[in-house]
Unconditional design. Structure first.
Length: 289
């Protein structure tokens, strides 16, 4: 039985304040920033339902089923207006919900292909919706969003290995564990053997390949500023994990606020250098409504 529609409430705006994405969204024009934060709150709400310890298994399933049904029957009014305003593909919202729903119970991925499908649901679909909110028009931006989504999620998987293991979750493909002679027990017990670090380096190289493939198209370069900031932030996190020899079983690697600010400035300057010779724009948010 599905949860009642009254249960379909999104997390408050305060839930978006401390995340990496919150920093990235600061550069958007006011209207688009508000819409992007609303969409982020939706994503956080869905993810929170799947992860919240206080909810039972059946309650989680029922609430997510209600959200999935609401995509067609009518979302809470602010989200419904957002979907209509930006012509968002409702199927993408369904993919996000299904991806998070698959996290309700501890799971395993037999192959890299299975993991790619999960990454597409929880990261690439988010990026494709974000393109609409950012006002992107170049069809090549979709390929950019997909590559970047995979890169960000692989970096997240690396960063959260210890945290996920404590919840009985392993996101690295089992075929990769076998290739590097790593057992599930090593990861779940937080006592990695010698093969684990070769596996982590291999996964990091896959993330870097995706980052390298995520080339923002010229036409949407400015509008993709939030995505370019996220790319810079997560590449720094990946750099730090590698430099510190992947302390992922002991801590969750992050950046200090001043480091995130440096990523914002670096991404903004990259756009400024592209546009300044042509129109001498002053400092500010990307152009466009």
């Amino acid at each position: 039985m599905c949860a009642p529609m009254s249960a379909l409430e999104i997390l408050p705006a305060s839930s978006a304040r401390s995340s990496n994405l919150a920093f990235a969204l600061l550069c958007l024009p006011r209207g688009r920033r508000a819409d992007a934060i609303l969409f982020y709150r939706f994503c956080r709400t869905i993810d929170d339902i799947a992860d919240r310890p206080s909810l039972g298994l059946e309650e989680k399933k029922a609430t997510l089923a209600a959200w999935f049904l609401a995509i067609e029957t009518g979302l809470p009014s602010p989200l419904e207006a957002l979907v209509e305003r930006h012509s968002i593909d409702r199927a993408l919202l369904g993919e996000i919900i299904q991806g998070c729903a698959s996290d309700i119970e501890p799971r395993r991925f037999d192959s890299a292909t299975a993991l790619e499908r999960y990454c597409w649901q929880v990261a690439c679909a988010v990026g494709l919706v974000s393109l609409k909110i950012f006002g992107c028009h170049d069809s090549c931006s979709e390929a950019y969003a997909v590559h970047l989504g995979h890169a960000l999620q692989l970096t997240n998987i690396l960063r959260d290995i210890g945290e996920d293991a404590r919840q009985g979750r392993i996101y690295l493909p089992l075929e990769d564990l076998a290739r590097f002679k790593v057992t599930e027990e090593e990861i779940l017990s937080l006592q990695p053997g010698p093969g684990i670090f070769a596996l982590l380096r291999y996964t990091a190289s896959q993330a870097r390949t995706r980052f390298a493939a995520a080339v923002p198209p010229e036409k949407d370069f400015e509008r993709l500023l939030p995505a370019r900031i996220m790319s810079a932030v997560y590449q720094r996190i990946l750099d730090r994990m590698e430099r510190e020899k992947f302390p992922v079983f002991q801590k969750r690697t992050g950046l200090m606020p001043h480091e995130k600010l440096a990523c914002i400035m670096g991404a903004w300057l990259a756009g400024f250098k592209k546009t300044a010779p042509a129109n001498h724009r002053s400092f500010g948010a990307p152009s466009g409504p």
